[in-house]
Design a protein around this ligand. Sequence first.
Ligand SMILES: O=C(O)C1=C[C@@H](OP(=O)(O)O)[C@@H](O)[C@H](O)C1
Ligand SMILES: C=C(OP(=O)(O)O)C(=O)O
Length: 443
Amino acid sequence: MLARITANEPAISGVLVPPADKSISHRALLFALLAEGTSRLEHLSTAHDVGATARMIELFGASVTGGGAETRITSPGLWGLREAADVVDMENSGTGVRLGIGVATLVPGITVFTGDTSLRQRPMARVLGPLRQLEASIWGRGGDAMLPVVVRGGKLKSGTVDLRIASAQVKSALLLAGLGIDGPVHVTEPVLTRPHTEELLELAGVALEESYTADGAHRVTIRGPAQPSPLTYSIPGDPSAAAFFVVAAAVIPEANLRVDGVYLGPTRSGFLDVLGTMGAAIERGDSDLVVEGTRLSGTVVQGLAIPSLIDEIPILCVGAAFAEGTSAFRDAGELRVKESDRIEATARLLEAFGVGVETFDDGLVVHGGLRPGSLRGKRRCISARLDHRIAMAGAILGLIAGGVTDIEGIETVATSYPGFFDDLRRLGSATVEIGEFDERDRP
Ligand SMILES: O=C(O)C1=C[C@@H](OP(=O)(O)O)[C@@H](O)[C@H](O)C1
Ligand SMILES: C=C(OP(=O)(O)O)C(=O)O
């Protein structure tokens, strides 16, 4: 499918209530599966990735009813999990499959995971290796590198795993597997990554021990066996979804955007710190933001800050294109193994708008100076590259730069933010037409 964004005077204003957080929604469903009884989740994400996790928990024995304001999940719990009667297709969801692999170690029999073209190219050794250290029986295509992955459930051994990459997905897979292990599992990550699994474990009555080493590594210990209790929980708004509109409002002159009900924990709000350093006018409450347009200046983002904004780098690069001077995003090699190679995809996107970009193995440098509205009368055609965040970054870039932007493959936005184009129409000044892509449309 194609979206055509036509913008003359870029403008954005109004109130955004972002969709429910995708990361937290995956975990809430998995905890509901592992709890015996009925869990109630308010505002579960309707993102396609979360739909894949809902289907996975049904295959493992849960029943999911309702949706929208309240989803009810009834499950036999950790000790009553059922072998899936079919291959578990996690579609486009890295989080769903990696956490699912951790859970599958608790499921009797075998589980076979696969995914779409993008997910089947993403690295799985990062989760298979650490689970094997706890003696999981687990195999993957290409020498344990990729999906399909097969897991044979059974008793794992307690132990200590020191993760070398900062990955909330891998940490979470180990903590979930730890629920079924007799004895402690200690996981150390080089820097604290999003702690949603830890937050929900505690809400579900499972005790954790957490500490920091002298060099800032985060260590978390779970002592199994432990069955989580059913949850009644309301999922907060997704900062990674809000970031698209926040960046647009931060750079469009006279913009005024309010964001309500958004999760602003420190491991998810790194993009706001970066925008602040660039000079953005953002007022931050506990779960709300007010953003006004201004002129930003370039910045350097690297090191320990990266995990707190990894998914926001494509849209931060869009912001950097409109800043004065140059911005650098380094130590972000993880971007190469997301839904697309986001270093290449972001560079190609910016270049289509005439922005100067240099790429490196671990990031990119963006030469700013583009003026909002300055590409009025011009037209370009870009590909979403099977990546929701690239599709949305392209649409926001089109709104701010002006002119006509055709984006092919926009169905991918439903991976995380099915209502994105509705919110863009409502809050932004661009005309948004959605239709079938015709090769003859390519300029
Ligand atoms: O745990 C999670 O919910 C996520 C962790 C991050 O991935 P990594 O664990 O690979 O860093 C992030 O990029 C992804 O969108 C969601
Ligand atoms: C990388 C992402 O998700 P996942 O790893 O779950 O596919 C994302 O949402 O940007």
